[in-house]
Design a protein around this ligand. Structure first.
Ligand code: KIV
Ligand code: ZN
Length: 514
């Protein structure tokens, strides 16, 4: 029997710390349900002390997940731990993850605390967390640049205080695989009570080594890996869940452990996270990129046709690519639509919401005859954002685009109860439309990113547009999908404007206080 490797997904916490990737409560619940279908062991749902909204999002995830453990992050502060404990009350299985920095540079410059004080805070935090749950994880932040002797001291002390998982983060992505693996082996060997806890790793990808470092740690005794879908996360991101899991599965001859994930759910999860956060997946990304299983050159194709193993080390269907098929069409009825939406993890809150979504589905099916799961995911995003809480709504858009003429757009939007119409010219139809909207809403924000991806294939595919706005350092991503990319762009811009208006203040967990 092989050991179990625990997969701890932090897409909803560290992933959400990527600029503009913040998610609403309902979006978090949808992703959490997809992660549960993927059978991840632990879902880190957020940092409850960040804001009221973050608290409610963690609470909503805790209340809607049955099989995975739901975790909340807390600094080594009483209030953070109490907020996490409260938010997780409704979970079937709950974990509190508390952390404090241990590297000389973080202790001196950020915390302004002595090593002794850091140990004192860590022990106190773990003891307090144990009052809410028996499942307590402790992380020495910036362990990758911490002194091994100090790590041994603090980790021994927190195990005695009741920590059951010790997570070793390479917070700034500084480590290299043989060195990081050796650190894990040394810690397990040197800490006298190390057998009382599971060793975990949390690697950042600043040098592109997050997955390699995580796997090296597994070979050296780590039995939990923290990772995110598509490698989302602070700066260059975290270790990509799909890469870690498929490496362990494909090279079972090398690794002493196995995961219990249903890998056929990987692609669906990847597309969902990408469409909710507005972070597209590059085509050559391992496992989940559009080209990951495409064989372009004649030589490769010939080999694959004779025997797939000549050039394929994994089966596309094992990670869920085969699921990319037509599921519904123009003639599909309301029940078929409702049940597929339910299978994708979306429950309608009322008959009215179902009717509204079904009307949108029929309109889409008129424009594009084959409706794929990806189209339904985009429709879910639209239904769930286009609600009464959205202050600004797109009412109508007309564009003129003609060779030799200056493109222009006339847009009508509703702001609260008022309808407003405005026109603008621009370098193209998209530029003119976004300028017309901005002239009406006057956010004053800077457009940091504009990107279009087709959701499925073909010229009738829906284009999914991501717009990133930055207003005085507050960054939001807006998303919009439509078979007409100018309309998709307008929807994305308006979505970003609504997010700018609604976002509450959030405390960043690693920003400076303890
Ligand atoms: O990267 C990091 O150190 C973290 C901790 C909060 C675990 O995300
Ligand atoms: Zn991190």
């Amino acid at each position: 029997m092989k050991d179990k490797l625990i997969i701890f997904d932090t897409t909803l916490r560290d992933g959400e710390q990527s600029p503009g990737a913040s998610m609403t409560r309902d979006e978090k619940v949808r992703i959490a349900k997809a992660l549960e279908r993927l059978r991840v062991d632990v879902i880190e749902a957020g940092f409850p002390a960040a804001s009221e909204g973050d608290f409610e999002a963690v609470q909503a995830v805790a209340n809607s997940i049955e099989n995975s453990t739901v975790c909340g992050l807390a600094r080594a502060l009483d209030n953070d731990i109490d907020r996490a404990g409260e938010a997780l009350k409704g979970a079937n299985s709950r974990r509190i993850h508390t952390f404090i920095a241990t590297s000389p540079i973080h202790m001196q410059q950020k915390l302004k605390m002595s090593p002794e004080q850091v140990i004192e805070y860590a022990v106190k935090a773990v003891k307090r967390a144990r009052q809410y749950t028996d499942d307590v994880e402790f992380s020495p932040e910036d362990a990758g640049r911490s002194e091994e002797d100090f790590l041994c001291r603090i980790l021994e002390a927190v195990i005695d205080a009741g920590a059951t998982t010790l997570n070793i983060p390479d917070t700034v992505g500084y480590s290299v695989p043989h060195e990081f693996g050796a650190t894990i082996a040394h810690l397990i060997e040197r800490i006298p009570n190390s057998d009382k806890a599971i060793f975990s790793v949390h690697c950042h990808n600043d040098l592109g080594l997050a997955v390699a470092n995580s796997l090296s740690a597994v070979i050296n005794g780590a039995r939990q890996v923290e990772c995110t879908i598509n490698g989302l996360g602070e700066r260059a991101g975290n270790a990509a869940l799909e890469e870690v899991v498929m490496a362990i599965k494909t090279r079972h001859d090398v690794f002493p452990c196995e995961t219990s994930l249903d890998t056929r759910e990987i692609v669906t999860c990847s597309k969902l996270v990408s469409s909710i956060t507005g972070f597209p997946v590059q085509p050559n990304k391992a496992i989940v990129g559009a080209n990951a299983f495409a064989h372009e050159s004649g030589i490769h194709q010939d080999g694959v046709l004779k025997n797939r193993e000549t050039y394929e080390i994994m089966k596309a269907e094992d990670v869920g690519w085969a699921a990319n098929r037509m599921v519904l069409g123009k003639h599909s009825g309301r029940n078929a639509f409702k049940s597929r939406m339910n299978e994708l993890g979306f429950q309608f809150s009322s008959e009215e919401e179902l009717n509204d979504a079904f009307v949108r589905f029929k309109q889409l099916a008129d424009k594009k005859h084959e409706i794929f799961d990806e189209d339904l995911q985009a429709l879910i995003s639209e239904v769930s954002t286009d609600n009464d809480e959205e202050n600004v709504k797109l009412v109508a858009l007309k564009v003129c685009s003609e060779t030799g003429e200056t493109p222009c757009a006339t847009v009508t939007i509703r702001i609260g109860q008022d309808e407003k119409t405005g026109s603008a010219t621009g370098g193209g139809a998209v530029d003119a439309s976004l300028k017309a909207i901005e002239a009406l809403v006057k956010t004053g924000a800077t457009l940091e990113l504009y990107s279009v991806n087709n959701i499925t294939t073909g010229t009738d595919a829906q284009g999914e547009v991501t717009v990133r706005l930055d207003k005085a350092g507050r960054i939001v991503n807006g998303l919009g999908a439509d078979t007409d990319i100018v309309i998709a762009s307008a929807k994305a811009y308006i979505n970003a404007v609504n997010k700018l208006q609604s976002q509450d203040f959030r405390q960043h967990p690693q920003s400076g206080d303890v």
